[in-house]
Structures are given as C-alpha cells and as structure tokens.
Write a protein that binds this ligand. Structure first.
Ligand SMILES: *[C@@H]1O[C@H](CO)[C@@H](O)[C@H](O)[C@H]1NC(C)=O
Length: 226
C-alpha cells in the first residue's frame, strides 16, 4: 500500500516536472497528455494520476492473481505431501519372556506383531509384509537379534530383506562362540506403489525377542515421487 502511494506521488511529481520544466507553474504545459494538458494543467495532472492509478491497479491485480494461484498450488503440494505420509516401525513382540521364532527347515517371513507406528497402513500384520502405499524413496531399517539360550549353543541370527519376494540384502551370524548376536541393515530404496518389503528368516536360523524390542523392522517415506 505504501508502495502504491509512493509511486503515485513519484509519478505525479514527474508529470509535474514534465509540465513545468523548471518547476515554475507559469511555464507552458506539455502537449503529450491530451487536450486537457494544453488547456487545463490541473486536469492534466489529474488525468496522469488516473492513468497511473489504473495502470497500478491492473499491475497489482495481475500480481495478486498470480500470487493467489501460486499459493493454491503450494497448498495443493503440501496437501499431497501430508496425504502421503508413511512411517512404519515394529518389533517382533512385547512378551515378558524371551520368545523365539524358528528355526524352521525352510525360509519364513518374520512376524512383527508389536507395531509402534503404522502411519499410512503400509504394514499388514496378517501377512508380515510392508506394502508401499505411495511411490517414493523409502528408508528401510532392520535389526535382528538372537539368543542361543546359553553359551556353546548354536547361534544362528540370519535374516534378509526381501523386496517383491526377492532377497535384496542379508545379514548372517552363525557360530557357537556367542550366546547373543545382533545385526543391522539400513537401505534407501525407490519403491513404487504396491511394492512389497518383508524380512525373511533363513532356514535353520532363529530370532528372539521380548519387551526390550531387540528385533525391529521399520520403513518410512523419505520423500514421495510421482
Ligand atoms: C491383510 O492381509 C490379509 C490377508 O491377505 C487380508 O485379508 C487383509 O484384508 C489385509 N488387511 C489390510 C488392512 O489390507
């Protein structure tokens, strides 16, 4: 608003300068602003002001329309980002006693029955599969833990991250030296809507957990892609 007033004053001053080259009100007015400028200096100044006000009104209306459009587009983008929020994090269980899954003679998907957060409903606890609700770059993290029960027992903490049924990355720890072992995998992945991520327990291995949540499986959307 201040800018408009300043510009009006500026243009009015310039117009007056044009009309009275040295600021003397008695010198002849310029002919370029139309008939009024020749005959009536006051009308001429008014005419210039009206022209300027009209020009500025058009300019500010156009700018305002552009700004309104851009604000709407930004709000739409923000809505899209908010609507595509995905954050999933879970652990195997919340049991008081250490409870193990495995070993089995074949590969199995690890059940993550204790869900911390499942924003976007990507994880289905019935299938043990996380399905990407939106296309985007995801961060997937997996920590496995196993407890052989006592030193000298065979420890076999081995699991892999599978995407659409195929193993992407794995971690393995099989030995008789430790009683406990733990491993972590973190990857960033481009997933398209509907692509599936799960944790596969290798045959002969086993994972153990309790309410300390030693085994976690998490997936969250870093940013969406079209
Ligand atoms: C989870 O998977 C089961 C088995 O495929 C299916 O019946 C159920 O509808 C799924 N739940 C959701 C919320 O998609």
């Amino acid at each position: 608003m201040r800018a408009i007033v300043l510009m009006c004053l500026l243009h009015a001053a310039l117009a007056r300068y044009d009309g009275n080259h040295f600021g003397h009100s008695t010198s002849s007015p310029p002919p370029k602003e139309g008939r009024e400028c020749i005959t009536d200096q006051g009308a001429c100044g008014c005419c210039v002001m009206v022209q300027e006000v009209n020009r500025l009104t058009t300019y500010f209306e156009t700018s305002l329309n552009t700004l309104e459009m851009e604000t709407m587009q930004t709000a739409q983008r923000l809505n899209n980002i908010e609507a595509s929020r995905v954050a999933f994090s879970s652990s195997m269980n919340n049991a008081d006693r250490m409870t193990c899954f495995g070993p089995f003679p074949d590969n199995r998907l690890v059940p993550y029955d204790y869900v911390f957060i499942n924003l976007g409903d990507g994880y289905n606890a019935s299938t043990n599969i996380f399905t990407a609700p939106h296309s985007g770059v995801y961060s997937i993290a997996l920590t496995i833990y196993s407890d052989a029960g006592s030193p000298g027992n065979t420890l076999a903490a081995c699991a892999s991250l599978q995407v659409n049924g195929k193993v992407l990355v794995g971690s393995s720890e099989r030995n008789k030296q430790d009683q406990e072992d733990s491993a972590t995998i973190v990857v960033a992945l481009q997933l398209n809507t509907g692509e599936e991520v799960a944790v596969r327990l290798s045959a002969g291995c086993f994972l153990c957990d309790d309410k300390n949540h030693y085994n976690t499986f998490s997936a969250f959307l870093l940013y969406p892609t079209p």
